[in-house]
Structure formats: C-alpha cells, structure tokens
Design a binder for this molecule. Structure first.
Ligand code: HEM
Ligand code: HEM
Length: 190
C-alpha cells in the first residue's frame, strides 16, 4: 500500500481527507440549520450520514497511525507549524467527538438512531403517550447534547482557520500545500 511522500500524497490520504471534509461540512451546515429551524424531517438523514462518516473516520485515524502526518512542503516558522498541528489535531478530535456525542444524545434521549431506514438504536416510546419518547438516561443525553453543540461550534472555527490557512499557502506563500492535497506532485523546499 502506497504511503505519503513529501512530494506526493497517497491515494488513501487524498480520498479519506476529501470524503471526510465534504461530509463534515455538510453535517455541520445541516446540523445547525435543522436545530435552529426545528426541521425534524432532516434529523434521520443527519443521523444516518453522521453514523456513516464515523466509519470513514475510523479508517482515517487508523491510516494516520500507520502512515504518520504529511510533512510540510515548505520551511515554515515554528509558530506556523504549531498552529497547523493544533488545528489538524482539533479537526481529527472533532471528527471523532461529533458522531460519538450525537449518537449518545439521540440514543440516551429515547429518540433512537436510524441508519438509512434501519433502526440502529431503537427509540423508546412513552407507554402512556406513544407519540412521545422517554429518556433512557437523561444525564448522558444532556451531556451528549452539550458536547455536540459546543463541539460543533469549535469545529466550525477550526475548519474556517484550516481553510484560511490552505488559501494563504496557495495565494500568499504560493507553495504546493493545497495542490498536493488535490493530488498534484509538488516541489518541497523544507
Ligand atoms: C461528524 C458528524 C456530525 C456532525 C459534524 C454534526 C453536527 C451537528 C451540528 C453542528 C448540530 C447543531 C447543534 C446545535 O446548534 O444545537 C447538530 C445537531 C444535531 N445532531 Fe449532529 N452531527 C454529527 C453527527 C450526528 C450523529 C451521529 C447523530 C445521531 C446519531 C447526530 C444527531 C444530532 C441531533 C439529534 C441534532 C439536533 C439537536 C437539537 O435539536 O438541538 N449528529 N449536529
Ligand atoms: C474546502 C475545505 C478544505 C480544504 C481546502 C482543505 C485543505 C487541506 C490541505 C491543503 C491540507 C494539507 C496540509 C498539509 O500539507 O500540512 C489539509 C490537511 C488536513 N485537513 Fe483539510 N481541507 C478542507 C477541509 C477539511 C475539513 C472539513 C476537515 C475535517 C473536519 C479537514 C481535516 C484535515 C486534516 C486532519 C488534515 C491533516 C492531514 C490529514 O489528516 O489528511 N480538512 N487540508
């Protein structure tokens, strides 16, 4: 299996980065929209894609452990390197935390977790009023909710910093950081 090289990233790194990136941005946007507008029809889709992304996140973390992090393409200051590392760690931790907290909130609140039509974790109807649900563990449900909400806000901040960083490399430093993540072979100066 091909590993990353300083001049060219492996197909695994490229595929996992872009699959997770596109799904994460979609889930952050739909999550905020549906929670703020109470669009309950979107909830089963959000939960299903949220569980699906968890599978790619597991592969991605396993790949990072096997392959290590991509080496920087340029000779940057230690502050720049530290900031990039910090944001990459926030992004990876965020991609693990969001599916876990979302699952915990939905399962423990009694609303259940569907997965594209299948009931992955059953909902828990109220025996006296089957339209409503009863929490299995209200404390864990609330903890999941708080983590999911604040984790989501933190992640949006990290994604914005990350994209601004990628654009700065491309347009200001004019190095190959972004082109390498798009699959091009680049020159390395570090
Ligand atoms: C990487 C995966 C995920 C991301 C990035 C994500 C992101 C978000 C965001 C940003 C919100 C809005 C939070 C708020 O303003 O209250 C949200 C809401 C929500 N998410 Fe997720 N989510 C993910 C996975 C999941 C999963 C796996 C589940 C359940 C199995 C889930 C269930 C929910 C529910 C039920 C809400 C609505 C909460 C409310 O009504 O206050 N999410 N999500
Ligand atoms: C349009 C959006 C995005 C662009 C343009 C972009 C661009 C890039 C670039 C150029 C790199 C290489 C950095 C280097 O060589 O040191 C990178 C790495 C990385 N990106 Fe993104 N990215 C985007 C979205 C995201 C999102 C949404 C996430 C996760 C939530 C993410 C997570 C990561 C991580 C963890 C790395 C470190 C290397 C790796 O694990 O593959 N990115 N990104």
């Amino acid at each position: 299996m091909k590993l990353d090289m300083p001049t060219r990233l492996s197909p695994n790194t490229l595929a996992l980065h872009w699959i997770v990136a596109i799904m994460m941005i979609g889930l952050l946007a739909t999550g905020l929209y549906m929670a703020q507008t109470s669009t309950f029809g979107l909830y089963p889709w959000h939960k299903s894609f949220g569980v699906l992304i968890a599978l790619f996140v597991v592969l991605r973390v396993a790949w990072r452990i096997r392959n290590g992090w991509p080496k920087p393409v340029g000779d940057y200051t230690s502050v720049e390197k530290l900031l990039a590392k910090l944001v990459h760690w926030l992004l990876i931790i965020g991609t693990v935390l969001m599916p876990v907290s979302g699952f915990m909130m939905s399962a423990m609140s009694g609303h259940g977790v569907p997965f594209f039509g299948f009931e992955l974790f059953a909902h828990n109807p109220d025996p006296t009023n089957p339209q409503e649900v009863v929490a299995l563990n209200a404390t864990l449900a609330e903890a999941g909710h708080v983590l999911h909400r604040w984790g989501g806000y933190l992640l949006i901040g990290a994604v914005v910093l990350h994209v601004v960083g990628a654009l700065k490399h491309h347009f200001v430093d004019r190095d190959g950081t972004l082109r390498r993540m798009l699959g091009t072979e680049v020159r390395v100066t570090s």
